[in-house]
Design a binder for this molecule. Sequence first.
Ligand SMILES: N[C@@H](CCC(=O)N[C@@H](CS)C(=O)NCC(=O)O)C(=O)O
Length: 202
Amino acid sequence: MIRLYTWTTPNGRKVSIALEELGVPYEVRPVNLGANEQLTPAFLALNPNHKIPVLTDDELVIWESGAILLYLAEKTGQLLPADFKGRMAAIQYCFFQTGGIGPNLGRLGAQLRRPEAERNREMVQIFSDEVKRLIGVLDRILADGRLYLAGEYSIADIMHYPWLQPLQALRAPMLTDEPRVMAWLERIGARPAVQRGMKVPS
Ligand SMILES: N[C@@H](CCC(=O)N[C@@H](CS)C(=O)NCC(=O)O)C(=O)O
């Protein structure tokens, strides 16, 4: 039985989207980050890095969203291109997401959630410039007319969607300025499994 330890945040939703896409039965264990439940000894025993998501599959415990999505893709033989070049491209975009858009947008969000007087303006500028640049990179990748990042729908798209969807909902100019990224987000967001995964935990 697969168990997903998660919360209402982008990294957790990558995994619920993938599980919904795969139609794999799973049990949700909400970890309330607002109540610091990720710091409890029981959770630290699963993930010493005290972050969601964590996935357990019987005795196996995996953390880091990219590793979890790769595990699910390998286990089911889905959501990764079958050809070697395509697989490597998809994995490349997964690393690109966890090293770029994830941390930069995460830190930008953390600044913007503070009252205005408590924000570090320099940090806000640095993170928003970097997020804008990274969205520009996605736009450049999509410029050849491909529908999905690695050619076909894969974990590479799932890794990015929950991070960028809030910017889409806010109609943030750094995103709306890039019509190809907007169209790609709309394409992903139209998928029923994505819509279900974005509601986990309910
Ligand atoms: N690189 C990790 C990042 C996971 C992450 O940052 N999780 C956040 C929520 S989106 C978290 O659990 N934060 C709690 C903490 O840092 O104590 C991944 O991709 O899984």
